[in-house]
Ligand binder design. Structure first.
Ligand code: 1CP
Length: 335
């Protein structure tokens, strides 16, 4: 059995495989579409093309789940902050306007994101019933990092941008959480079966702010998904040993570990949750034997516990699709 929704709800030992960033980035059939569509946000908002891109890895690898082709930054876009993807330097957002942000209207937000919901509906119609369709959001803290332009070079965060503004920051996070919940509800209503929350910059939160900026917003969103009876996978990347507390408090159905988390430690410390991922995406750039050896470590460790085979971060743009295919085959032969 490979249906992700079932596995997450029943904490089933039976396994499945999908990869973060499986849609887009490294597939030639994606690059072809991307070349003809320079505006990345508009590409995400083209429901016909985003449906096609979502289904590309399913067609190629018959992988177990689909993740909708979209981006976490569509939410700031829909909240009135324009987003520009600059080649090689990453996304650049328009300067944040606090009062404009607080005056956002739900109807306009829904209208701007309607193409995402149309794509989910179209994909669900075309996707085999036994495959889950995963929709996602960026966690409030991770979106804040982009919205306030806190990202510095070399994977660093500029904490000065939020110092002395605690009340404002809390209000922004609360308001963002409210809109993220609307976005999740719309995605569920359109046919998404599973939700994943990407907190890609959680590892940069100071210890004293961890509850407020990571645990609490994730918990609110997980509780909402539970109220809708939809399984949710959290990915608070880079938080190290704090994964244990996160799991005990947030209690999501699934928890994606990053490549810095030792799988043995995860198995011993992360209880009553379906663990997902962990494998370093860089191993797909290594010789096949090394890739299989590294994958085997995860498969052996989680042999008798509920585990979804995936990565410790997204597939890299330079990944050879043949390697992805071999890795899926290796995984299936080891079940
Ligand atoms: O230039 C291109 O061709 C676009 C590359 C690309 C793609 C294919 C971006 C730009 N986003 C996406 C799609 C995307 N983004 C998906 C699609 C579904 C899938 O997984 O296949 C998903 C789930 C995301 C999520 C996302 N976007 C995250 C969280 C995961 C992570 O990587 O940590 C983040 C942080 C973003 C922001 C983003 N989108 C794109 C870029 C270059 C970035 C910035 C990354 C950074 O700041 O390091």
């Amino acid at each position: 059995m490979s249906n992700l929704k079932e596995i997450l709800i029943n904490k089933n030992i039976c396994k499945s495989v999908w990869f973060m960033r499986q849609a887009g980035r490294y597939l030639p059939e994606f690059k072809n579409i991307r070349q003809q569509n320079q505006d990345f946000i508009q590409l995400c908002l083209d429901s016909k093309l985003s449906t096609e891109i979502t289904l590309q890895p399913i067609k190629r690898f018959d992988i177990d789940s689909a993740i909708i082709f979209s981006d976490i930054l569509l939410v700031p876009y829909a909240l009135g902050q324009s987003v520009n993807f600059v080649q090689d330097t990453g996304p650049k957002l328009e300067k944040f306007d606090y009062y404009k942000f607080l005056n956002n209207d739900k109807n306009l937000f829904n209208q701007k994101l309607k193409p995402v919901y149309d794509a989910i509906r179209k994909t669900r119609e075309k996707l085999n019933k036994n495959k889950s369709l995963i929709a996602f959001i960026g966690a409030p803290w991770t979106l804040l990092v982009y919205m306030l332009d806190m990202k510095l070079k070399k994977n660093e965060i500029d904490h000065n941008k939020i110092k002395l503004k605690v009340e404002q920051i809390n209000l922004i996070l609360d308001n963002l959480t409210k809109f993220l919940i609307i976005h999740i509800e719309n995605q569920i209503n359109s046919g998404a079966n599973v939700i994943q929350i990407f907190d890609s910059w959680a590892g940069f939160i100071k210890d004293e702010d961890f509850e407020n900026y990571c645990i609490n917003p994730n918990l609110k969103i997980v509780d909402f998904c539970k109220s809708k009876n939809i399984p949710v996978i959290c990915f608070p990347k880079g938080i190290g040993k704090k994964y244990k507390r996160f799991n005990e408090v947030v209690k999501s159905h699934g928890l994606n570990i990053d490549y810095e988390v030792d799988p043995g430690w995860a198995k011993a410390n992360l209880k009553n949750v379906v663990i997902q991922g962990g494998l370093d995406p860089r191993v797909l750039l290594k010789p096949e034997k090394e890739m299989f050896d590294r994958a085997k470590k995860y498969l052996d460790t989680f042999k008798n516990s509920p585990y979804v085979f995936n990565l410790g971060h997204g597939l890299l743009p330079e990944t050879d699709p043949v390697k992805v295919e071999r890795l899926i085959k290796f995984y299936r032969e080891h079940q």
